[in-house]
Write a protein that binds this ligand. Structure first.
Ligand code: SAM
Ligand code: SF4
Length: 453
């Protein structure tokens, strides 16, 4: 599926696009036409300031059209840092000596309750790869513990590439998205950064989603760890991987994550010559928005508040908030033996993130309705592509935000937040939906819960 020579050839042919060529591609994007690989590569190589700005503007328009002002909020939950792999970039790799931890059922319950206290409804479960310490049964039991003991409504799962049989178990327990980052699509680079590791089998890793689909999972999230190899090569590879899945299974990525390499224990950023700067990073996100308008884009707290807010305007649709990347990180007391996977750049609390988003006119969303109503895979994509999903999402976002404000806000936030929600509700054009929404918002304000999403 990933033909390195082909991709290098595309990048080479598009290396010096003319002004007119870029204008033509921008026009196509404005008309929401699908872009070819060469055209995507041209956008990655555009160098005139005015044209770069146009890429940002069109990405912003697409974001607004498909996702409105909504931004989905979630948090990662690390339950174990045991790992048999030696990914050179990761603080949890095998060669790093520290006392490893995995949470037991009671501790997982406590984490879920603490996440709930922060207002979270959606989490990404993160586990190192350790077949003996944390076999699939451990992961499945952890998921059950969280669903059964908290109001977490959707658990996305980020675990190592595995077999069809194990993916079936994940599917049966009702996960949201199965997330797996390819890290890098460059085979040689992949093998270099995953020395003597289970994870080092490029083809097995690359075809993990095929096995997940075979097991019945129809909701997968991809990603690249930007900084490991040439970012333009990675963007084209992501697009090609997505097209491959769409063609073969009728559904591609639900989301793409765009983590950038951060400092971690046992590695030096200087050893990674492909680190990308902010401008390159913004180009990655905006070009992805143009190339795959319906794929959710996820930004984590590896990025700063400023970049996150800027990129929410230009394409990002989901962000994590109040994240901890150490095992059992959600607790009130300060612990001595914390060991993070990598450094974070946005350490604001969930409440601060939400208040800042609202101040900028964004709608933090805690909606998990699609998952709960079985709108996944191709059912979700067809609603997204014909625009109906927007009619459902905006009211759901506003209702879940009201729930958050009423359950977690202080009196002043309750007042300003409810006003914000009602102002947005008033703007909804369909009178029937608007009336129903305002009625529901009032029911939530009056204490009714968990009725609509
Ligand atoms: N262990 C599983 C795996 O590797 O697929 C899943 C969870 S791992 C904890 C989540 C992701 O963290 C990895 O896929 C990798 O992209 C990212 N990561 C690891 N080291 C990082 C670093 N130094 N900076 C930023 N992201 C990093
Ligand atoms: Fe283990 Fe995942 Fe870190 Fe690699 S990235 S060392 S597999 S936790």
């Amino acid at each position: 599926m990933i033909d390195k020579n082909y991709i290098l050839d595309v990048l080479n042919k598009a290396s010096m696009p003319t002004h007119d060529e870029i204008e033509r591609v921008l026009k196509k994007s404005e008309n929401r036409e699908k872009l070819s690989h060469i055209e995507i590569a041209m956008l990655l190589n555009a160098s005139e300031d005015g044209q770069v700005q146009k890429i940002y503007n069109i990405a912003g328009k697409i974001k607004e059209e498909i996702y409105g002002s909504r931004v989905v909020i979630f948090a990662p939950l690390y339950i174990s840092n045991f790992c048999v792999n030696n990914c050179t970039y990761c603080g949890y790799r095998r060669d790093n000596i520290f006392s490893r931890k995995k949470l037991n059922t009671e501790e997982i319950k406590k984490q879920a309750i603490n996440l709930e206290k922060l207002g979270h409804k959606r989490i990404a479960l993160e586990v190192g790869e350790a077949p003996v310490e944390t076999p699939i049964e451990y992961v499945v039991d952890s998921i059950k513990t969280i669903y059964n003991n908290s109001s977490i409504r959707r658990i996305n799962v980020n675990i190592a590439a595995t077999t069809v049989e194990e993916y079936k178990l994940l599917h049966e327990v009702g996960i949201g998205t199965y997330i797996l980052f390819q890290e890098t699509y460059d085979r040689e680079r992949f093998e270099t950064v995953h020395p003597k590791s289970l994870k080092g089998d490029y083809d097995y890793h690359l075809h993990a989603f095929d096995r997940a689909f075979e097991a019945g999972i129809d909701d997968v999230g991809a990603g690249v760890l930007f900084g490991l190899a040439d970012y333009k090569f990675e963007v084209l590879s992501l697009i090609i991987h997505n097209e491959y899945l769409e063609e073969k299974y009728g559904v591609g990525f639900h989301t793409i994550s765009v983590p950038r390499l951060k400092k971690a224990d046992g590695m030096k950023l200087e050893d990674y010559p492909h680190i990308i700067d902010d401008e390159q990073f913004k180009r990655v996100v905006t070009v992805l928005r143009l190339a795959v308008p319906y794929v959710g884009l996820i930004l984590s707290t590896r990025e700063t508040k400023d970049i996150r807010e800027e990129l929410i305007k230009h394409g990002v649709s989901q962000i994590s908030a109040g994240s901890k990347t150490d095992v059992g990180g959600y607790h009130e007391e300060v612990l001595e033996d914390e060991h993070d996977q990598f450094e974070l750049s946005d350490e604001r609390s969930v409440m601060e993130v939400n208040m800042d988003l609202i101040a900028k006119g964004f709608i933090p969303s805690y909606c998990t309705a699609c998952y709960r109503k079985g709108r996944t895979g191709d059912r979700f994509m067809s609603l997204a592509k014909n625009g109906t999903i927007g009619l459902i999402c905006e009211p759901n976002a506003l209702m879940t935000l009201t729930e958050y404000i009423m359950d977690y806000g202080d009196s002043s936030f309750k007042e300003s937040g409810v006003q914000f929600v009602l102002e947005h509700a008033e703007k909804i054009k369909n009178q029937k939906i608007k009336d129903k929404l305002i009625e529901n918002i009032n029911r939530i304000i009056n204490g009714e819960r968990d009725l609509f999403f």
